[in-house]
Design a binder for this molecule. Structure first.
Ligand SMILES: Cc1cc2nc3c(=O)[nH]c(=O)nc-3n(C[C@H](O)[C@H](O)[C@H](O)COP(=O)(O)O)c2cc1C
Length: 192
């Protein structure tokens, strides 16, 4: 049986990003289960703002196609999103929009999402921990026909959540991350 492959996508490019730290902690947790985990930065997949005229003229940008193929090469995906004005940041929404337009030969458009297990997490400095961004992200990914696991992680007070090694400090946060990781692994194993 092939090794389970998990992709982790942080939705922030900011230096010191709380969400990038959470993505790193999650990748570490996946690795403890012996799965093959890849953590990317969307800085390596720069995309113009979606524009139908641009797509009609030049097609879907190469970076969107590359990211789609990277997602396709993994059995499950974790997306870790910041919350901007109660929703997902434009970087993440724009990336998902472009990837949903990719149509490789013998595939339906956006097929990479169909039935693929996704987990979602967020980190924010306030009490809600980005839970409204999670609602929005769940809706977007579900509309793309991804299988978004019921569990999710909203990390509150993210500015105080990590130690000097960027590890989660609180037992409750560590347990919530472990539960999220376990549930994505279980579903990814069933659908691989
Ligand atoms: C335009 C903008 C809107 C924001 N809106 C929210 C919000 O609605 N809820 C929230 O918890 N934080 C909000 N924030 C604060 C972000 O959660 C905070 O900047 C966070 O550190 C971003 O994630 P990162 O650390 O991973 O880059 C907002 C920040 C920006 C720049």
């Amino acid at each position: 049986m092939s090794v389970l492959k998990i992709l982790v996508i942080p939705g922030s490019l900011r230096t010191g990003s709380h969400n990038a730290k959470l993505a790193a902690a999650a990748a570490h947790e996946f690795a403890t289960h012996g799965v093959d985990v890849s953590r990317i930065s969307l800085a390596d997949f720069p995309l113009p703002m979606y524009d139908g005229d641009l797509q009609a003229k030049s097609g879907v940008p190469r970076h969107a196609v590359n990211l789609k193929r990277m997602i396709a090469a993994h059995h499950g995906v974790l997306v870790v999103t910041p919350e901007y004005n109660s929703s997902v940041p434009p970087l993440l929404k724009n990336t998902i929009d472009w990837v949903s337009r990719v149509q490789d030969p013998h595939e339906a458009r956006g097929e990479v999402f169909f039935g693929r297990p996704f987990a979602i997490a967020a980190a924010s400095e306030n009490r809600l921990g980005g839970s409204r961004a999670l609602q929005a992200l769940r809706l977007i990914l579900s509309a793309c026909r991804a299988l978004v696991i019921p569990n999710q992680l909203a990390l509150s007070f993210a500015d105080q959540a990590y130690d000097e090694m960027d590890r989660l400090r609180k037992e409750a946060d560590i347990e919530a991350l472990k539960a999220l990781v376990r549930q994505l692994l279980e579903l990814s194993q069933k659908t691989m």
